[in-house]
Write a protein that binds this ligand. Structure first.
Ligand SMILES: *[C@@H]1O[C@H](CO)[C@@H](O)[C@H](O)[C@H]1NC(C)=O
Ligand SMILES: *[C@@H]1O[C@H](CO)[C@@H](O)[C@H](O)[C@H]1NC(C)=O
Ligand SMILES: *[C@@H]1O[C@H](CO)[C@@H](O)[C@H](O)[C@H]1NC(C)=O
Length: 323
């Protein structure tokens, strides 16, 4: 018994050591805290219909160059490529005050997967422990809404995603965003395979060129058709591909191009030799890379102003994101 007790003691010391090493490498919230945050998101979604689609799109933008929380840096959020997303920042930053254990990158991705479910989409496995980089990504990496499908596929290839993956991820366009306002005319309020059905039926209202061009390639068209016929297949694929997309962290920020997937270490429960990152990848949370954070006036009229006018029938030009 004594020996067993001793063994148990060693085990628990090892466990404690493991936990504290883990925490010193990346801030982590407890599963209960994550649950609390997610249920607060859902309350916010029911009061602000713009928020869930914005969260989903923000994950695409924050994770393009590896999820790193840099989207909310003043240098990055105001770029034209992030049009429509600035109203999300004052909605999410208060969470960072209330729950300092969560990084901005995790907050964005937690909101995205919660939003996906809220909008009727599939469950996406998500881990927590992304590190906020604190340095803006190079400008111009995010594919532009006007680009051709071949350019879009090329951009995704460069970060490790196939053209089939592009078909799958394009399904995020089933929930539209116009200047940060969800549900543009012609767009559905739910995440689902209606996007693919509309493409097959030739209903191109509100679609991007890159959406319509999916029909021009036999392989891609056949996947569009499969998704139109089978929502479950779309959901299963979206869950896997989007799950992979939002798992890309630790991108090499010193290179100016998008990160090749091989540069990206996926977070593991314990910091192994490989996952111990160079010092530049250490958590930047304590140094607070978000200068406006905390001093941001809560000014509820600011985030809500763009949505107070009718999202329908407005003359504002829709802004769709290719990702
Ligand atoms: C989000 O929901 C939480 C929980 O109800 C609430 O405390 C918070 O004020 C909400 N945020 C906004 C911007 O409405
Ligand atoms: C919206 O999407 C849902 C779920 O995919 C579908 O049942 C519904 O028919 C769609 N509505 C329209 C107007 O397309
Ligand atoms: C990051 O990218 C730069 C430029 O491409 C390269 O020289 C450097 O070795 C890379 N660092 C790591 C840690 O991969």
């Amino acid at each position: 018994m004594a020996r067993l007790g001793g063994f148990k003691y060693i085990l628990s010391v090892a466990a404690l050591l493991f936990v504290s090493i883990n925490i010193s490498v990346r801030a982590q919230c407890s599963p209960d805290t994550i649950k609390q945050i997610e249920s607060m998101f859902i309350q916010n979604f029911t009061q602000n219909e713009a928020m869930a689609p914005m969260c989903l799109h923000s994950a695409f933008h924050d994770c393009w160059n590896g999820c790193n929380g840099a989207l909310f840096l003043p240098e990055e959020i105001d770029r034209p490529e992030n049009a429509g997303l600035p109203p999300l920042k004052p909605l999410l930053l208060p969470y960072k005050t209330q729950f300092p254990c969560i990084s901005i990158a995790d907050l964005i991705n937690s909101c995205a997967v919660t939003a996906l479910k809220f909008l009727g989409g599939p469950e996406v496995p998500v881990y927590y422990g992304r590190i906020d980089r604190g340095i803006p990504d190079p400008a111009g990496l995010i594919p532009e809404p006007t680009m051709s499908l071949s350019a879009l596929i090329g951009a995704f290839n460069a970060i490790g995603f196939s053209k089939e993956n592009v078909v799958t991820l394009s399904g995020a366009h089933s929930v539209g965003v116009c200047h940060g306002v969800p549900m543009c005319p012609g767009h559905n309020h739910t995440f689902g395979n209606h996007y693919y059905k509309e493409l097959i039926e030739g209903d191109f209202e509100g679609k991007l060129n890159t959406d319509v061009e999916l029909l021009d390639d036999n392989t891609m068209r056949s996947l569009v058709q499969q998704y139109a016929n089978d929502q479950q297949q779309f959901f299963d694929d979206f869950s896997a591909v989007f799950g992979k997309y939002i798992s890309r962290i630790f991108c090499n920020q010193t290179s100016t191009g998008p990160c090749p997937l091989s540069d990206i270490g996926v977070a593991t429960p314990a910091p192994s030799q490989q996952s111990v990152q160079p010092s530049s990848f250490e958590p930047s949370i304590p140094s607070n890379p978000f200068p406006s954070f905390g001093s941001e006036p809560s000014a509820p009229s600011e985030p809500s102003a763009p949505f107070s006018s009718s999202p329908f029938g407005s003359s504002s030009e829709p802004v769709f994101f290719p990702i």
